[in-house]
Design a protein around this ligand. Structure first.
Ligand code: GLN
Length: 490
């Protein structure tokens, strides 16, 4: 059967329920698409046998009338999620050929609901990056190209594999994680939808840690409704993660398609940054106009501490990373480069196992946490973080959600920012604030730039109010009517 990989996740679920096709057929079509798309380097591990086995079991459950909410739909899993019996690398050489003996809670929830795993998706090493170029497995290539050009573009990062796989129809949806923008920026770069839920919505258990106070899992898919269906399954309290929230998970999909009439939308003036392409500014205006037409009230708001967000993030995130990554010492996981004594073995292992960006983060993190600098850097960054959260709290007294661009540019060329970490970090300018404040944020594809590349708009919500984001995201999706797809060249 053809066309099965182009379905939305919702349409696939409907088709499975109507017995129009089986999960085996749906999965086989995806397994083939994945194998035919290796030029994109989206998957670091394909698990076709497992996928077919899971599909078969799903068909059997459905035949027995026991289908779960995601039964039979094939998904890609970011290789930051530990999967039992399946190699999990975090995009790093240091983890080597680690095969977890346990399943992350988020993926366990997906399998509980019947989903099928196609394989593990490429990402920046330890999810540190904005272009997927720090991966030990090499960069993912964006399925999108500029009109009439064949230069290879980044799909964004760190969830570059997830974004490319969703955009190129190599899965119906994917898991991703977002510490400073890694779901939303790649979604914007690939014309896909991604939501980072409120900190604590999804369990972090079994996800390789980057910066624990910022890390959060979320879904990527081709429609707002599909991300809502996935998040409903992924989220939920987990006693194994003390920061996961003991609260009910609503049926998020039920909020897609609701009226946005009367909702107040804040437009933060500080997000009009210098050097932003005029097309992004125009798209933002367009987004404002769409929501206005749909009955929203537009309110100008100020988030005065926004300009300190990036520096604060690039202190807090590396500080936590340097601590989290201390565990990779050659004793417990993967790689070991022997030395003359224990210290030398540690040193050799870490020097051989970590890539340049991860080493940079460890050095920055260790520095800002060291005696004498701790107060000047780390404590100050924590104070800034508080101010940023306060800015949002004040804004949310006046508005129900905020609308901003997702990223300050469209997808850039692979290699373009590779020698300039600061230019790379600037990609996160609109997304890190949301992580610092623990809020939910969603990126929705809203249009194309002059070169034919997708651009995204970001919605930011109150803590735990993903529901409003799904309603507003649905409204933007409807107004934008974004149907463009990458031209298949792979
Ligand atoms: N690009 C950001 C960084 O490099 C965010 C990464 C992420 O969200 N995982 O830290």
């Amino acid at each position: 059967m053809s066309g099965l990989t182009s379905l939305t996740l919702k349409a696939a679920l409907d088709g499975l329920a109507a017995k129009s096709f089986s999960s085996e057929e749906l999965t086989a079509a995806h397994v083939k698409a994945v194998a035919d798309a290796r030029a994109l380097n989206a998957y670091v591990l394909e698990t076709p046998d497992k996928a077919m086995e899971m599909a078969k079991a799903s068909d059997a459950r459905r035949a027995a009338g026991q289908a779960g909410p995601l039964d039979g739909v094939p998904l890609g899993i970011k290789d930051l999620f530990c999967t039992e019996g399946v190699r999990s690398t975090a995009g790093s050489k240091i983890i080597g050929q680690f095969i977890p003996t346990y399943e992350s809670t988020v993926t366990a929830n997906l399998w509980r609901d019947g989903a099928v795993m196609l394989g593990k998706l490429n990402l920046d090493e330890f999810a540190m990056g904005s272009s997927n170029e720090t991966s030990a497995f090499g960069p993912v290539v964006n399925p999108w190209r500029k009109t009439g050009a064949n230069a290879q573009l980044t799909p964004g990062g760190s969830s570059g594999g997830s974004a490319a796989a969703v955009a190129a129809e190599l899965c119906l949806g994917a898991t991703a994680t977002d510490t400073g923008g890694s779901i939303r920026q790649p979604a914007a770069f690939t014309g896909t939808v991604g939501i980072k839920p409120t900190y604590g919505r999804c369990s972090r258990w079994g996800i390789v840690a980057f910066a624990s106070s910022l890390d959060q899992a979320g879904p990527m898919a081709r429609t707002v409704e599909d991300t809502a269906i996935l998040l409903t399954s992924m989220a939920g309290h987990d006693p194994k993660d003390s920061t996961s929230l003991p609260i009910e998970v609503p049926d998020f999909a039920s909020f897609v398609g609701k009226s946005v009439k009367g909702l107040r939308i804040g437009v933060p003036k500080e997000y009009r940054v210098e050097g932003m392409p005029p097309e992004i500014e125009t798209l933002w205006e367009q987004g404002i106009a769409w929501l206005k037409e749909a009955g929203c009230e537009i309110v100008d708001v100020s988030l005065p501490h926004t300009r300190y967000a990036l520096p604060a993030y690039y202190i807090v995130a590396p500080a936590e990373a340097s601590s989290n990554l201390a565990r990779y010492d050659g004793m417990r996981y993967g790689l070991r480069a022997e030395g003359a004594n224990l210290t030398e073995t540690y040193e050799n292992t870490r020097a051989a196992g970590f890539g340049a960006e991860v080493r940079r983060r460890i050095l920055i993190g260790t520095y800002v946490l060291s005696a004498g600098y701790y107060d000047a850097y780390y404590v100050k960054a924590l104070k800034v973080r508080r101010r940023i959260a306060d800015d949002f709290e004040q804004a949310f007294q006046k508005v129900d959600a905020l609308l901003t661009p997702t990223a300050p540019s469209a997808a850039f060329q692979l290699g373009e920012n590779a020698d300039d970490p600061v230019a790379m970090y600037l990609n996160d300018i609109f997304t890190v604030t949301v992580n610092l404040a623990g809020l939910p944020g969603m990126s929705i594809p809203a249009g194309l730039d002059a070169a034919g590349l997708p651009l995204g708009l970001q919605l930011i919500g109150r803590p735990l109010d993903e529901a409003t984001l799904f309603t507003l995201g649905g409204a933007i999706e409807k107004a934008a009517d974004f149907r463009a797809k990458p031209q298949k060249w792979w």
